[in-house]
Design a protein around this ligand. Structure first.
Ligand code: SF4
Ligand code: SF4
Length: 59
């Protein structure tokens, strides 16, 4: 159940990137957060860090 970013809501602020203990998030070429699903452990840290509510854990 990796984290999922709603790219229509993400403003590319980068706040989530630094909170991820697995370094699973990068900003992509479109300046949206992108989660490496192979690395994400679904800890939820990024969810709380996002000021836009753009990240949720998928089910
Ligand atoms: S849920 Fe945790 S491990 Fe997954 S991207 Fe967010 S902060 Fe990183
Ligand atoms: S914290 Fe939210 S708005 Fe900022 S880059 Fe991450 S997903 Fe996008």
């Amino acid at each position: 159940m990796p984290a999922k970013v709603n790219e229509e809501v993400c403003i590319g602020c980068g706040a989530c990137v630094g909170t991820c203990p697995m370094e699973a998030i990068e900003l992509n070429d479109e300046n949206h957060a992108a989660v490496n699903e192979e690395v994400c452990i679904a800890c939820g840290a990024c969810v709380g860090a996002c000021p836009m509510g753009a990240i949720e854990l998928s089910d």
